[in-house]
Design a protein around this ligand. Structure first.
Ligand SMILES: CC(C)(COP(=O)(O)OP(=O)(O)OC[C@H]1O[C@@H](n2cnc3c(N)ncnc32)[C@H](O)[C@@H]1OP(=O)(O)O)[C@@H](O)C(=O)NCCC(=O)NCCS
Length: 184
């Protein structure tokens, strides 16, 4: 398994993987193993590739089995269609981390992060976290993310493995989410 920066050629595979684990495409029984809350269009992933903000995990046979995005905040809030992302960008202007409001620091939005079920539990998540900390620490001071309140698996991994701190709770489209931050 190799983890490398994604190229535009990877975008269809990444989009397909995300769609497979999107909450709206999973049975409630499957959601206990974690899920994706936002379905990003291909253009979003292409933008992430163009700013060197997307890494993929690829098998020896060339199959994309996971990905992690770490992107700068969009320049304008009106470019953001997701109510969840709008909420976290608004929270970043007021919520403090390490002594000052997050939006006054160099911050990245972490996520989506996804590993195909067959590749889970093998240390890839730890590799994603250590590699992205190393690659992006020159560029960003703080990473922010959201986790759906009913995604207990993701709450566990982000708090105990990534070491992110829950800083606020919010609601978007009638669902509850946690807002978290971590230092690079
Ligand atoms: C989140 C994800 C990337 C982590 O990758 P992974 O390979 O499963 O990670 P790890 O094996 O290192 O850790 C998984 C942990 O979740 C725990 N876990 C599994 N199901 C759980 C549940 N329902 N509730 C709480 N914890 C759970 C496991 O016990 C393990 O923790 P442990 O090592 O302390 O026992 C992967 O599971 C995934 O893609 N999930 C679906 C998408 C998702 O939820 N993404 C995050 C939201 S954007």
């Amino acid at each position: 398994m190799e983890i490398r920066l994604a190229t535009r050629q990877d975008v269809p595979a990444v989009t397909a993987l995300e769609a497979r684990y999107y909450v709206g495409n999973l049975d409630p029984s499957e959601q206990a193993a974690g899920f994706i809350s936002i379905l990003h269009p291909q253009e979003w992933f292409s933008g992430a590739v163009d700013c060197a903000g997307l890494h993929v995990a690829v098998t020896d046979a060339g199959v994309v089995t996971g990905f992690i995005a770490m992107t700068p905040p969009p320049a304008h809030l009106d470019q953001v269609s997701s109510p969840i992302v709008r909420a976290i960008l608004e929270l970043a202007t007021t919520v403090e981390f390490n002594g000052s409001p997050i939006a006054q620091q160099r911050f990245a939005i972490r996520g989506p992060v996804l590993i195909d079920r067959a590749a889970r539990g093998r240390g890839l998540y730890a590799q994603f976290n250590s590699l992205t900390r190393e690659v992006y620490r020159e560029r960003f001071d703080v990473g922010v993310l959201f986790v759906a309140a009913d995604n207990s698996q993701s709450l566990h991994t982000t708090t105990t493995k990534l070491g992110a701190t829950p800083l606020a709770a919010f609601e978007a489209d009638g669902k509850q989410y946690h807002f978290l931050a971590f230092a690079f």
